[in-house]
Every structure is written in C-alpha cells, then in structure tokens.
Design a protein around this ligand. Structure first.
Ligand code: HEC
Length: 255
C-alpha cells in the first residue's frame, strides 16, 4: 500500500517536472540571448522552437531536440551546439538570428544586393512609416500643378476661358495638398535623420520644393490678372516641383 502511494506521488512529481522543464526552455533562451521586448523572438515565445501547438517542433526545434542532454534540461551549452547551424537556411545562423531577436526557423527576407538606397531603411510593421507618407503625398501637388500648367497653356492656345478656371482649381487643390506634403516632408526629414542637412540631393530637394510652393502662391496671387504672370509662375512652379520630385525620388529609390 505504502509502495503504491509512493509510486503515485513519484510519478506525479515526474509529470510535474516534465511539464515545467519544457516551458522553461524559453527562459533559457531569454537568458542566453536577452531578446528586446518588441523583437520577433520575444513575441513568439514558445514558437521560437514550436510550430503551432507544442510539442510540435519547427525547423529550429528539430535541431535542438537531438542535441538535448539525456535529462532534457536545456542549457547554454546545448544552444551553443545549434548556434552555428541555420535552421531556415536563409544564410544567417541560428545564433545570429537569435542575437538580433529574429526567429531562426523563419526565413528573413534576403537583403537585396545592388546599389544602396541612400535613404535609411524603413522599419516594417509600423503604423506610420518613417517617411511619414511624404513620398506618397508628394504626388498630389506635383500632379495638380503640372495639370494646372497644362490647362492654362491649352486654354491660352485655344483662347477659351473655362480652361483658365480649371487651371486655377488645380493650382488651389495643389496648394492645399502642399500643406500636407510640407508637413509630412518635415516629419520624414526629422524621423529619417536627414536633419541637419548634409546630403546634396536633400538640400536641392528642399530648395526646389519650397521654391515651387512660393511660385505657386505667386501664381495664385496673379490668377485674376491679365498678362503672362500667372502662366509664367505656374510653369515655373510645375517645373521646380517636378525637379524636386526627381531629387526626392533619388533619395527614396537611389541614383
Ligand atoms: C529552445 C527551443 C524550445 C523552446 C523555446 C520551447 N520548447 Fe518546448 N520543446 C522543445 C524540444 C526540443 C522538445 C522536445 C520534443 C521531443 O522530445 O519530442 C520540447 C517539448 C515540449 C513539450 C512536450 C513535452 C513532452 O513531454 O513531450 C511541450 C508541452 C513543450 N515543449 C511546451 C513548450 C512551451 C509551453 C514552451 C514555451 C513556454 C516551450 N515548449 C518552449 C524545444 C523548445
């Protein structure tokens, strides 16, 4: 009787021990590699080694299993054994991926070879990307002012007044859009670390972009006057915003 009780108690201890031993694996990982709280590995927790529901193992877990010591206690030495292997075969070793908080069983996007973009990489998964949507916003004044200049030229060529009004409407919309574009531009500049101005295309971009806005404002002030002032300022504004876009594009997509 006594023996049976002891055995039952003993097997309970064993079971409890086993259940605790495996989840403790994650703590060993953290101790070894110290993941940042927002890293993929910190978020994945048990999924660093498990696929779906434990005990199903992922590619990395499958490498850990055979090198586990007989007592199934994960140690730093065990992790060392698989550190130089590359479970997901993405060219970065398990150890290096874990050191930077990435998942050794998940292929990371290969870094694209070729010319560097010059602009710092934007981090993925952020609600507001580092460029603060400036490259997207910048298309609005650019397109609107170019269209305005086109309609003004066309209207003068055809000698039809309504085209002049269309040009004014496009110019006005472009001015409204330019407020947002300038705002996002300043945010992008600060967040991407372009300030203080050191890069050449950045200085040109800033000068042309603010220049084009001043020219567009000038054109706006001339919209009701006769003469060539409106057309001239509009074309200059459209021209410099196109150039600004060109140098801005250089910063995003590289030369
Ligand atoms: C360093 C990789 C690693 C981490 C992190 C990890 N495990 Fe495991 N786990 C393993 C390995 C290897 C096995 C052994 C599988 C085998 O023997 O078939 C295992 C086995 C298990 C088992 C099965 C135990 C058994 O008796 O078969 C469970 C349950 C489990 N783990 C849960 C977890 C939980 C929960 C976490 C997170 C708190 C976790 N594991 C974190 C690698 C890991």
């Amino acid at each position: 009787m006594m023996l049976r009780r002891t055995l039952v108690a003993f097997s309970f201890c064993l079971a409890a021990g086993a259940c605790q031993a495996y989840p403790a694996f994650y703590d060993v990982l953290v101790k070894q590699y110290g993941f940042a709280t927002d890293s993929a590995a910190a978020k994945a927790k048990c999924q660093v080694c498990h696929d779906g529901k434990p005990p199903k193992l992922n590619l990395f877990g499958k490498q850990v299993k055979p090198v586990l010591p007989e007592d199934y206690v994960l140690t730093a030495a065990t992790l060392e054994k698989v550190a130089s292997a590359d479970a997901d075969d993405d060219g970065v070793s398990n150890g290096d991926e874990l050191k930077s908080g990435r998942l050794p069983a998940v292929k990371d996007a290969p870094s694209i070879p070729g010319p560097s973009t010059g602009a710092p990489e934007e981090s993925q998964g952020e609600l507001v990307p580092k460029h603060s949507f400036h490259p997207a916003m910048a298309h609005f004044p650019l397109a609107l002012w170019a269209v305005a200049a086109f309609f003004e030229l066309f209207g003068r060529y055809r000698k039809q007044k309504p085209y002049h009004d269309v040009a004014i409407a496009n110019l006005g919309l472009g001015l409204v859009a330019s407020i947002v574009t300038i705002g996002t531009g300043i945010a992008a500049m600060l967040r991407l670390g372009y300030w203080p101005l050191t890069a050449n295309p950045m200085i040109l971009h800033l000068a042309l972009a603010s220049g084009s806005t001043v020219l567009a404002l000038g054109a706006w002030s001339q919209r009701k006057k006769e003469g060539l002032g409106f057309l001239l300022l509009l074309c200059l504004s459209a021209g410099s915003v196109l150039l600004a876009g060109h140098f801005g594009g250089d910063m995003v997509f590289g030369q």
